[in-house]
Design a protein around this ligand. Structure first.
Ligand code: ADP
Ligand code: MG
Length: 599
């Protein structure tokens, strides 16, 4: 049975200082880590109201003895390290001896535990840090920690908590991160009385990823493995065809601890970018790195979110090569192997000096991008139109394009697409650059807002599409299903974590893009920023919908598509900004252009 001891002052002074408990998710993370360190193979997390009103974690680990309970909630008391040298060989998740003490001082707290199989246990309570006495209770072997009313005694800190929804998302994100790393532990999560996860023990990471992120997603992941004398890596990365502008998972675990590290992310991104055609599409990935504890320093960040590696450059090339090698095999040696190897060497040398290689990629990309106008049989002639006139005249009379020029004006203007992201249009007094995604967002946003009164036309799908979601995503989707149906979708619960889509909005969205659009809409819905712009539920939905369903960066547009987008944008009530407040276009005046040429 591990003995909890108070750390000596000089050891405490060497531990990275800082707040351990910032919000409910930090408590959940610490409690899960404690349960994992206790050797439990079943852990249940309950939380209510985003964890603000209640967090409870129950495990079947080794338990805590009666005479150790008070020590467990005392600051700087731990069973995991004794002296400063131990900090360099930590193999447990925890080591600071602060989590329970911090949680106890910030809530109405109870620690109950039994270290024996006879059902006899003990508990200790603490009211905002005021510890009570140890009392006997019945408890199966293992430990239960409960925190009620977080920050009830610290109103200044409570003020910094976000909304319940944000806190809930943050807890779920922590939970997912932890669940993914420990496939052999059975985890259950119950939020506000609803069972969101019940992931039984499985044999390997892929099966666990499948439980957390969905079976289709997990099945497609490419497995890469590599090792050298100092570390070994197991990486699961999505195939290039599934890369996205905003991938969902970019999870790095070092010795099963979820951490952030720029070298690893850069290595994955750069290696992968050799295999994707659409610029900016990035992979989802899970990387499990196993490193000798003495080669890293886990004691650099209070919540252990970052760690220090002895040699980041070596780490970069290790990850880069691991992925490159496997993706090369996966792609079936499509490119000349000799040229490719030379390229990798060259690249590694370059990137070890500097990870910022964006510029190089831009140049390479430009060589392959044909300006759209050269593809169209007849170049539309440029007509004289002053963009400023157009917009300002609109503002005065409130009508779209109120210059006397007809609404089809954009059809006669030369425009072309840049990098499948922006549309460039020549106007009388300069050059107009339009952000295709933001512009389309604005158009859809207003359309959906209008349709909140009159329903949007819907089109039945020949074959319903089924879609596997995360439990929380499904909950969100069904809770706003009324809005989905108003915007032309027919979505029904299909049992388990699945929904079925029977129809889609008639006049936009290709069938192949439905799933991604719905995922994006949900994701947008989960983000709560820009509350001032999205003041009501309707607006919130419309903005989420618009962002999810709008043309993406990377989508090639035909000439007609560009002109109809421009027409639609400049017929909206407010063409200047997207629903999230970003500009939809920017203008470079002839004067500014002239200045650049010193005219
Ligand atoms: P740390 O994990 O850094 O040691 P904590 O404050 O999280 O510090 O926990 C203090 C001590 O209480 C731990 O070292 C451990 O011995 C004991 N402990 C905490 N949670 C559990 C648990 N779920 N099961 C068994 N022992 C626990
Ligand atoms: Mg701990």
């Amino acid at each position: 049975m591990p003995q909890i001891k108070l750390l000596e002052k000089k050891v405490v002074e060497q531990i990275a200082a800082g707040e351990v408990i910032e919000r409910p998710s930090s408590i959940v993370k610490e409690l899960l880590e404690n349960s994992i360190d206790s050797g439990a193979d079943k852990i249940t997390v309950f939380f209510d109201n985003g964890g603000i009103s209640r967090i409870k974690v129950v495990d079947n680990g080794c338990g805590i003895e009666k005479d150790q309970l008070l020590l467990a909630i005392t600051p700087h008391a731990t069973s995991k390290i004794t002296n400063a040298e131990d900090l360099y060989s930590v193999s447990t998740m925890g080591f600071r001896g602060e989590a329970l003490a911090s949680a106890a001082s910030a809530s109405k707290f109870t620690l109950s535990s039994s270290s024996t199989l006879d059902g006899a246990g003990y508990k200790i309570s603490s009211y905002g840090g005021q510890a009570g006495i140890v009392e006997p209770i019945a408890h199966v072997k293992g430990t239960t920690v409960e925190c009620l009313d977080l920050f009830f005694n610290l109103p200044a800190r409570k003020k910094f908590l976000k909304s319940e929804k944000s806190e809930k998302l943050s807890v779920l994100s922590v939970i997912e991160h932890v669940f993914a790393a420990f496939p052999t532990i059975h985890f259950v999560c119950i939020a506000d009385g609803k069972k969101l996860y019940d992931v039984c023990a499985v044999d390997n990471h892929r099966q666990r990823i499948s439980q957390v992120a969905g079976t289709d997603f997990a099945r497609d992941l490419i497995y890469c493995r590599n090792e050298n004398s100092e570390m070994s890596a197991e990486i699961y990365i999505c195939p290039p065809k599934n890369a996205k502008q905003k991938p969902k998972y970019q999870n790095l675990y070092v010795n099963l601890r979820k951490i952030d590290n720029n070298s690893v992310s850069a290595a994955v991104r750069e290696s992968f970018s050799r295999f994707v055609s659409a610029y900016g599409n990035k992979p989802s990935w899970f990387c499990f790195l196993d490193i000798e504890p003495s080669k890293i320093d886990v004691n650099v960040h209070p919540t252990k979110q970052m760690i220090k590696f002895d040699d980041e450059k070596a780490l970069f090339s290790f990850i880069f090569r691991t992925i490159f090698r496997e993706l090369e095999r996966y792609q079936g040696n499509a490119i000349n192997p000799a040229a490719k190897t030379a390229h990798t060497q060259d690249y590694l040398q370059h990137s070890q000096q500097n990870f910022a290689v964006e510029e190089k990629k831009e140049n390479k990309y430009e060589l392959f991008t044909n300006p759209k106008f050269s593809e169209s049989p007849e170049n539309p002639s440029q007509i004289s139109i002053s963009f400023l006139d157009m917009v300002s005249a609109r503002r005065e009379d409130g009508k779209p394009l109120g210059t006397g020029i007809n609404d089809n004006v954009w059809e006669n203007i030369a425009c072309f697409q840049i990098h499948n992201r922006y549309i460039a249009v020549s106007v009388t007094d300069g050059l107009l650059l339009i952000d295709q995604h933001a512009a389309h967002e604005r158009v859809l946003y207003e359309k959906i807002l209008d349709s909140m009164e009159t329903e949007i036309e819907s089109q039945s799908l020949l074959f319903p599409i089924t879609m596997e979601l995360k439990p929380f995503e499904k909950e969100i989707l069904l809770s706003v299903n009324e809005f989905f149906s108003k915007s032309g979708f027919d979505i029904k619960d299909f049992g388990g974590n699945t929904v079925a889509i029977y129809s889609k909005p008639a006049d936009f969205l290709y069938e192949s893009q439905i799933k991604e659009a719905i995922e994006d809409i949900i994701e947008q819905f989960l983000k709560e920023n820009n509350a001032h712009v999205l003041s009501s539920v309707h607006r919130h939905f419309a903005a989420s919908y618009a962002c999810g369903a709008a043309i993406k960066f990377g989508n090639a547009l035909k000439n007609e598509e560009m002109t109809s987008l421009l027409t639609a944008l400049f017929s909206t009530k407010n063409p200047h900004i997207c629903p999230h407040g970003r500009p939809t276009f920017s203008k470079l005046s002839l004067n500014e252009i002239a200045k650049r040429f010193l005219r």
